[in-house]
Design a protein around this ligand. Sequence first.
Ligand SMILES: C[S@@+](CC[C@H](N)C(=O)[O-])C[C@H]1O[C@@H](n2cnc3c(N)ncnc32)[C@H](O)[C@@H]1O
Length: 277
Amino acid sequence: MLAEALLYARARLAGQHDHYGHLAEQVAIWARHRRQRQAWAEHLTRARALCLMAAEACTRRRTALVLGAGVLLDVPLERLSALFTRVVLADMAFLPGTMRLAKRLGNVELVTADLSGCLDTLPDAQALAARTPAPTPNLSLGLPGLDFVHSANLLSQLPLHAVAALHKQGLGPPACEDDIEAFAASLVAAHLSALHALPCPASLVADTCERTLADDETLHSEIDLLYGVPLPFQGKTWTWRLAPRGEISPSLHTQRLVLGAPNIRAASTPPTGGPHA
Ligand SMILES: C[S@@+](CC[C@H](N)C(=O)[O-])C[C@H]1O[C@@H](n2cnc3c(N)ncnc32)[C@H](O)[C@@H]1O
């Protein structure tokens, strides 16, 4: 707890904001990884390998952009920095370790941006009820010479802060919950459309489903992390041992199903929106 508080304080002193709780969440991910390094290792190795394979397939290597770079656990930043002239990391916040590594590598820039494009303009109850979908963001961020974009386990996270902010505004169950879930689904769909619209190859690693199981592997609960939005492409799949027994419960363990797609534009049709849209 002390290490987390100190890290959070250092990030705030370094100028990082935490309007929607992204900084606190990154600190929590950093701390959870320290506890679960071994359990997470296989997932992180696979996620990094997929990103690297996708990057190496790019014939032009001017600018690479990593969306949801966060604490860089699943991002092979040194390799990307060696492959591309310029690497841009985008997220809502950055921890001091990410800032230090970016500075050391020399060709890495940090861009603080809301990649959903709508956290500051969330719908009100009327727009939610009208099922107005989230706008499709421009994920090229206006960067010239963009030759590669990687979405680094961001997809399932995009709705979380929007839903939390809507709940904080007093919107939510029972009146608006279905509308909020429809909006969350539209955020997922908007990210997929935006990746598809990029002028360069785009890869994606995304957790799609969370399962909590008992010791004997009986299913205790299952959550669709993408709010019912189907992924319009195929890829490699694997399991992330997110919370082995003891992390969140003495008798249950939680895992996530992960999908990695090295070039979503080559392997898909444009998404058409969420199931509730
Ligand atoms: C599960 S973490 C991804 C892990 C990260 N790639 C890493 O290796 O540490 C999701 C990341 O998405 C970022 N994120 C969530 N919503 C965002 C938004 N609206 N705009 C930008 N980044 C966002 C979070 O701050 C977090 O760093």
